[in-house]
Ligand binder design. Structure first.
Ligand SMILES: C[S@@+](CC[C@H](N)C(=O)[O-])C[C@H]1O[C@@H](n2cnc3c(N)ncnc32)[C@H](O)[C@@H]1O
Ligand code: SF4
Length: 442
């Protein structure tokens, strides 16, 4: 039986919430000292370009209107990159996200790509992705990006449905979207798009029509996200979130349709025709090195999250991000939960690396998930079913709460205003909490 109060967490960031009270705040000097001790390590690079002139009704990204400081911003990103060059090599994949990164001018984009190429040793076959939106995608920009080495273009389509595009506040018409995707298809080895489901008034057949269109154009990777109804967005103030049963049926249908059309479900929100490896996402999920640069960017280095200031103005004032060290005792828990993004936890690796037994650490959550048909346990792995993939972020948070708080903490979406209160409650639980984790929090 489904627990009616069970919270559907739509973002993998929400699975991190139970860890927050355990993180130890450090300064940037401490992080540099830790990486200095090691030989240079390979990794991924994330660059956040917050600028965007769009006014989408649903957008929860860190974004702002460009205000004359874009060139300065790009130069400062390169300055920050230089401080990491000796510790970080080679770069195996680069992801430029936003906002809308292609809202930078031709000169700024050239400066950014050429600058990164001079600062870091970038692997010959590195996956180089950039996010864009159709209204910014001129033929000149398409050619420029290809010349600058982008080999994976990620276009935020959201939906091909004209009525729903209006609801979302998207600027381009459907014909333009299809035309630009076809042009991009000719130029980039890998073309991926974002599609949203759980939209107000959206039917199962609307999502299937969107996916059908994507398959027809020959898109390599499809990110299928459920809409997050954040109180700070216009869409959430105007519409109720559809019933969860509807969303579940849409998700199962979409997965089935894509499977029948040769697309594998490679992580909770991503489907690939086999060509798109989405290497960047695998770094975060394996807890490998991700260096984040720019306002709002978060990276993971030397067991620490490195989180930057949220606006370009603040970033220009101070580029040093905040450093949050993940205590060693919680690393195996974080690792297991990150694996759920792929729908599978290997049982042998955490045992070998940390002497950590997922079946013992998360017994109660696993039993419930197996009963509900969300998990299948075999000798070597825990596998999520389609139902389990739908709930994967929730399951991850449930596991973390079971291990870190003896199951007594609540699940929290970071988009909710109440997250600060919940953090206080969790901190309190730690003060009176488990012996095993004492000493991990100061
Ligand atoms: C930075 S945006 C993509 C690039 C570009 N700015 C655009 O909108 O086309 C990254 C993606 O985040 C997703 N996104 C934004 N707001 C969201 C929300 N409220 N819920 C779920 N996904 C969201 C969208 O699918 C969007 O394509
Ligand atoms: S174009 Fe993208 S970044 Fe800009 S407001 Fe719309 S969803 Fe947000």
């Amino acid at each position: 039986m489904e627990d009616k109060r069970r919270k559907w967490l739509k973002s993998h960031h929400d699975t991190l919430f139970p860890f927050f009270p355990f993180l130890k705040k450090r300064n940037i000097g401490w992080l540099f000292d830790s990486v200095k001790e090691k030989a240079p390590e390979k990794g991924a690079l994330y660059v956040h370009i917050p600028f965007c002139t769009g006014r989408c009704t649903f957008c929860i990204l860190t974004k702002e209107r460009p205000s004359g400081n874009t060139l300065k911003y790009v130069n400062l990103i390169l300055e920050e990159a230089k401080t990491w060059r000796e510790y970080y090599s080679p770069v195996e994949t680069i992801y430029i996200g936003g906002g809308t990164p292609t809202s930078l001018s031709t000169e700024e984009l050239k400066l950014l790509f050429e600058g990164l190429g001079e600062i870091f040793e970038i692997e010959k076959n590195a996956e180089i992705s950039i996010e864009t939106t159709v209204s910014e995608l001129t033929e000149d920009k398409i050619n420029l990006l290809a010349d600058l080495g982008v080999n994976r273009l990620s276009v935020g389509v959201q939906t091909f449905n004209p009525g729903l595009r209006n609801v979302l506040g998207r600027r381009s018409g459907v014909k333009e979207v299809i035309k630009k995707l076809n042009t991009a298809r000719e130029v980039f080895p890998l073309l991926t798009i974002d599609i949203l489901y759980d939209l107000p008034g959206q039917h199962k057949r609307d999502v299937l029509a969107d996916l059908q269109m994507a398959v027809g154009i020959g898109i390599d990777g499809i990110s299928l996200y459920p809409l997050i109804y954040s109180p700070k967005t216009a869409i959430a103030r105007q519409f109720e979130q559809p019933a969860i049963e509807t969303a579940k049926a849409v998700f199962a249908n979409a997965r089935n349709f894509l499977d029948n059309n040769g697309y594998k479900h490679v992580n909770i929100n991503h489907f690939s025709n086999g060509r798109d490896k989405f290497r960047y996402s695998t770094y975060f999920n394996r807890l490998d090195n991700v260096l984040g640069l720019g306002a709002g960017a978060t990276g993971f280095l030397a067991g620490c999250f490195l989180k930057h200031k949220s606006t370009s103005e603040k970033y220009i004032r101070s580029r040093a991000g905040d450093v949050f060290n993940v205590p060693e005792a919680t690393i195996p828990v974080l690792w297991c939960i990150s694996q759920l993004q792929y729908g599978r936890i290997d049982l042998e690796e955490p045992k070998r690396r940390w002497g950590f037994e997922p079946l013992e650490a998360f017994t109660a959550t696993i039993e419930k998930c197996v009963d509900r048909g969300e998990m299948i346990i075999s000798k070597k792995t825990i596998e999520l079913t389609t139902e389990g993939m739908f709930w994967a972020n929730t399951i991850g948070a449930e596991m973390a709460v079971e291990y870190l708080y003896d199951g007594k903490g609540g699940l929290v979406s970071l988009e909710e205003g109440s997250s600060k209160i919940a953090k206080g409650i969790m901190l309190n639980k730690i003060r009176h909490g488990r012996k095993a984790l004492k000493g991990t929090h100061k």
